[in-house]
Design a binder for this molecule. Sequence first.
Ligand SMILES: NC(=O)c1ccc[n+]([C@@H]2O[C@H](COP(=O)([O-])OP(=O)(O)OC[C@H]3O[C@@H](n4cnc5c(N)ncnc54)[C@H](O)[C@@H]3O)[C@@H](O)[C@H]2O)c1
Length: 439
Amino acid sequence: MEKGHAKNLKKPTGKLGILIPGLGAVATTFIAGVESIRKGYCAPIGSLTQMGHIRLGKRTDNRQPLIKDFVPLADLNDIVFGGWDIYEDNCYQSAKNSGVLTDAQLERIKPYMESIRPMKAVFSKEFVKRIDGPNVKTGKTKMDLAEQLMKDIEDFKKNNNCERLVMVWCASTEAYREQSKAHTSLKNFEEGLRNNDPAIAPSQIYAYAALKMKVPFCNGAPNLCVDVEAIQELAMENRVAISGKDFKTGQTLMKTILAPGFKARMLGVNGWFSTNILGNRDGEVLDDPESFKTKEVSKLSVLDTILQPDHYPDLYNNLYHKVRINYYPPRGDNKESWDNIDIVGWMGMPMQIKVNFLCRDSILAAPVALDLALFTDFAQRAGYRGIQEWLSFYYKSPMVAKGLYPEHDLFIQLIKLKNNLRYAMGEDLITHLGVEYYD
Ligand SMILES: NC(=O)c1ccc[n+]([C@@H]2O[C@H](COP(=O)([O-])OP(=O)(O)OC[C@H]3O[C@@H](n4cnc5c(N)ncnc54)[C@H](O)[C@@H]3O)[C@@H](O)[C@H]2O)c1
């Protein structure tokens, strides 16, 4: 695409529907936050689209607009929410059960939260073992289920008078799977839907339905979902934007902040031991080894690509990286993580760093979901299709085109995101070259 291709895009005025499979802790915290911001109860802390500025031109130009004033993004007042869940709880009840927000925070938006009720989900115990619920669709084939989802999408759009839609997967982490034959082409995938191929996961049925309806899709969980050839083929064919996987929050966010710093200063890392306790439903699902495996792969992948042991064998070849997640109900959504990092300095001398992060997982994930929805809606209007690599900033395990490696360094990801916006809007890319004085 040529520079400035999005320059003449108008700020959207119609309603943007954000459709969410999985109305649990992250989704309800996201929805409650957007409504509370709209009501003026709080600021959109954590959201780059709402609070971030972007430098344009030379430093002396003094142009630092808010990103949302620079890029034509949907206004929060134009957002409408909808979603699916296997439980019948409305968003108020679900938020209460999740225990992320205080009663006081929820009471003041209670009628709004109560008004959002989940549509019947597409669900399979084969993919999520630890939970089961009554609010589930039935159909003879997976294709039938996909068609029911398409009808939901169509009805939601009409009933809520939406101009555009975006889907953000916030449902439970599905069991670990690798790409199989049904995932290798759209033809095989559609055949698999008709034949109930066991390799096709519920998240892929949602993604298929969304893309068929030309609704862009973001995957907030680590499961395979849109990271397969068949769905990417459909995204290209239908000109729809997709991105994933796994919202980058908590411990992995810290890892991708710290590791680039060690590498920048050529400090070695011998070991990185990461352990977590969490007690929400996500923790319960991750207590199942198959779902944990999906998360583990996503969490482990970041250090290798940041530290590049192939290029820096003296510094990172011996790195022992271990990630543990333990389900511990008393903590609810307030996850606690401990990282022990064994680093190595000048003359091979060992040093240790301990990071004890008492974080609130869904509080970190909610603004990520918001930014992804708004940027993806922008991408769709700007004519982008397929994998949106510039949104890697938000993911633990960013999707990339075949043959490329993902970029995990948070700071490179931010530069990439901002340069993408500058390019789209016809501004010069920023190289950070300085003014040098010389004779
Ligand atoms: N909280 C974070 O910081 C964070 C970070 C990265 C990724 N994630 C991922 O986001 C997802 C949501 O996390 P959470 O803390 O909100 O979990 P949660 O358990 O509170 O919510 C997930 C919801 O999805 C529902 N669900 C499961 N399968 C479904 C299906 N097929 N269709 C519709 N609904 C379905 C469950 O009933 C549940 O209500 C998880 O996959 C998690 O791994 C969360």
